[in-house]
Ligand binder design. Structure first.
Ligand code: PMP
Length: 354
């Protein structure tokens, strides 16, 4: 820290993203990207917009918002497009959090939430999970602050039902409840239909996983129009052109090709269930993940060893060093061929350690 950096950041520990190797030589199963390329419509849209990069992008993302309103069955005024869902999440913290409005979230979840709280000087409370890693929705009734829950949760992939989400919304009428649906297309139940009824609900979504666009950075929020207007105040006070032209056109085209992406999601779900079965046969213990990743541990090999040995064999998975989950790895579901390679190498590693 230089002597110029604001003291308010003295203890800030920034978010550590997963490894992004500079070469493509790994089978990359570490940051929950889609193994499928974007649709042709997206590629064409990006190339067209590339010719217009001398012009700013539309600060209201009009066409993209229109398309999203159609696909998700909400009003255009209920949508805000952002630079990845990380940005809509940060906007939610910035807009609704302060010393009287702390944030409450699970003790094991997306690692960015405590960072968003700290960087914005917002107090927060972490609620432990149950011993099976599930969230007890009752822990969030009358939470005494704004709530943020990833559904499915990360890195466990476990879900809450719509009725359980509704219970949280009902018991926190004076706080916002953010439901982070980054992984919902792989088997969760979306809370979007509740937006009409609950003026305290914000659903966040991303194009990074189910829409094969992690590298384009596009996410969005769906909420009551007054919450969207509040977050727009923050957006227009920080970065009005937060979504670039190529990404905006790519997102619009992706939504027009929605069926292609939803088909890919169905494939990923099938491969996930098949891989879970194979891993169980090898002795792995797993959560019942409904996301595009598997959270698994093996009684005979530590999480760290498996991660390291897979890496040496050209396969990257995500290992978290925190002690409560150090036995586990989070493995992104890739293509069937990639999962076959993972299983082959895992078998070999297990044989060596036995
Ligand atoms: N929420 C969760 C639960 C995630 O795992 C991620 C991906 N790291 C995000 C949000 C953010 O994704 P993005 O900014 O790429 O939309």
């Amino acid at each position: 820290m230089s002597r110029f950096m604001s003291k308010r950041f003295a203890t800030l520990e920034s978010y550590v993203p997963g490894e992004q190797p500079k070469t493509m030589q790994y089978i990359k199963l570490n940051t929950n990207e889609s193994p499928f390329a974007p649709s042709n419509g997206v590629l064409e849209a990006v190339s067209e917009q590339g010719k217009l990069l001398q012009l700013y992008s539309d600060p209201d993302a009009t066409n993209l918002v229109k398309e999203a309103a159609r696909v998700f069955g909400v009003k255009e005024s209920q949508i805000l497009m952002t630079n990845g869902s990380d940005e809509i999440l940060n906007f939610a913290f910035m807009t609704f959090g302060d010393s009287e409005h702390p944030f409450v979230f699970p003790a094991l979840t997306y690692g960015f939430y405590p960072v968003f709280a700290k960087v914005n000087s917002i107090p927060y409370k972490e609620i432990p999970l149950k011993s099976d890693f599930s969230i007890d929705p009752a822990d969030y009734h009358n939470a005494g602050g704004n709530v943020v829950i990833a559904n499915p949760n990360a890195p466990t992939g476990l879900t809450l039902s719509l009725a359980e989400i509704e219970g949280i919304l009902k018991t926190n009428p004076n706080h916002v409840v953010v439901i982070d649906e980054a992984y919902v297309d792989f088997g969760g139940e979306t809370a979007i239909p509740l937006v009409e009824q609950y003026d305290n609900l914000i659903v966040t979504r991303t194009f990074s996983k189910s829409y094969s666009m992690a590298g384009a950075r596009l996410g969005f929020g769906i909420a009551n129009e007054s919450l969207i207007a509040d977050m727009n105040t923050i957006k227009f006070s920080t970065n009005p052109y937060n979504v670039n032209r190529m990404t905006m056109a790519a997102g619009t085209a992706a939504l027009q090709d929605n069926e292609y992406y939803m088909n890919n999601c169905r494939t990923i779900v099938e491969v996930r269930e098949w891989t879970k079965e194979q891993l169980a046969r090898l002795g792995f213990v797993m959560t019942d993940s409904k996301a595009n990743f598997i959270f698994a541990k093996h009684p005979k090999v530590s999480g760290e060893t498996l991660y390291q040995q897979l890496k040496e064999r050209g396969i990257l998975v995500r290992h978290f060093s925190r002690s409560d989950i150090a036995d586990y790895n989070r493995i992104t579901v890739g293509t069937k061929e990639q999962m076959e390679a993972l299983l082959l190498q895992t078998k070999a590693i297990l044989q060596e350690v036995n």
